[in-house]
Design a protein around this ligand. Structure first.
Ligand code: PGA
Length: 248
């Protein structure tokens, strides 16, 4: 049995005090979430304060990005040891906004995945096709290419520290969700690729992301290969995010 994992991606939202307010509004609602793993990915500036607020809870702290190098002259970047030090459990790698707006390549994503695992943190790897790729029938080829590059150097028991997030780019922040069947088709293809890598990989959780809301979450999560979600906009409201976690 794969335990569903719902993660809120706050993106570049919330100041320090707003972040603490949001997590404090969320925590009391998470007491009955025993069946589901729940994480939040605040902006870097709020990680330490949110970590403190999470003390005594089972909620996971997730970083939205990292640099693959341990340290050095990389102005403006944040290393994985720094994220570990502040108490992160996971690092999100390869979000489509990183790929599209900040020029991250498939190979660069693979480099970060390897670095996160080397430093002992768990990794959430986001991948997904753009609208024109879907419309030209390339969806499965694109996600399989992204998958192969991201996990080129992952093996054996390491797969137990991997989560995959399928996020069709055309569904992110647009209000246009993939239908449960559309999402399941891609999740099943990803499950097949995971299964190629052995028993541990076959049990990797695959989140769906892209305009998940309280009203559509249950139908998506009911699909056999959808193991929770990566939630953007709806994770900025404690009640909506809690409702999505309950749906999982
Ligand atoms: P959205 O974002 O829920 O606002 O569509 C999802 C994501 O980008 O992770």
């Amino acid at each position: 049995m794969r335990r569903p994992f719902v993660c809120g991606n706050w993106k570049m939202h919330k100041t320090l005090s707003e972040s603490v307010d949001l997590i404090k509004a969320l925590i009391p609602q998470t007491r009955d979430f025993g069946q589901v793993e729940v994480g939040v990915a605040p902006p870097y500036t709020a990680l330490a304060a949110v970590k403190t607020a999470l003390d005594g809870t089972d909620l996971k702290l997730v970083a939205q990005n990292c640099h693959f190098e341990t340290q050095g002259a990389f102005t403006g970047e944040v290393s994985i040891p720094m994220l570990k030090d502040v108490g992160c459990d996971y690092v999100l790698v390869g979000h489509s906004e990183r790929r599209q707006l900040f020029g991250e390549t498939d190979e660069g994503v693979g480099q970060k995945v390897r670095a996160v695992l080397d430093h002992g943190l768990d990794v959430i790897v986001a991948l997904g096709e753009r609208l024109q790729e879907r419309e030209s029938g390339q969806t499965l080829a694109v996600v399989e290419r992204q998958f192969a590059a991201a996990f080129a150097e992952v093996a054996g028991a390491e797969w137990s520290r991997v989560v995959v997030a399928y996020e069709p780019v055309w569904a992110i922040g647009t209000g246009r969700t993939a239908s449960p069947d559309q999402a399941q088709e891609v999740h099943a293809a990803l499950r097949a690729r995971l299964t190629d890598h052995g028993e541990v990989a076959a049990g990797v959780r695959i989140q769906y992301g892209g305009s998940v809301k309280p009203g559509n979450a249950a139908d998506l999560f009911a699909q056999p290969d959808i193991d929770g979600g990566l939630i953007g906009g709806a994770s900025l409201k404690a009640d909506d995010f809690a409702a999505i976690c309950r749906a999982a």
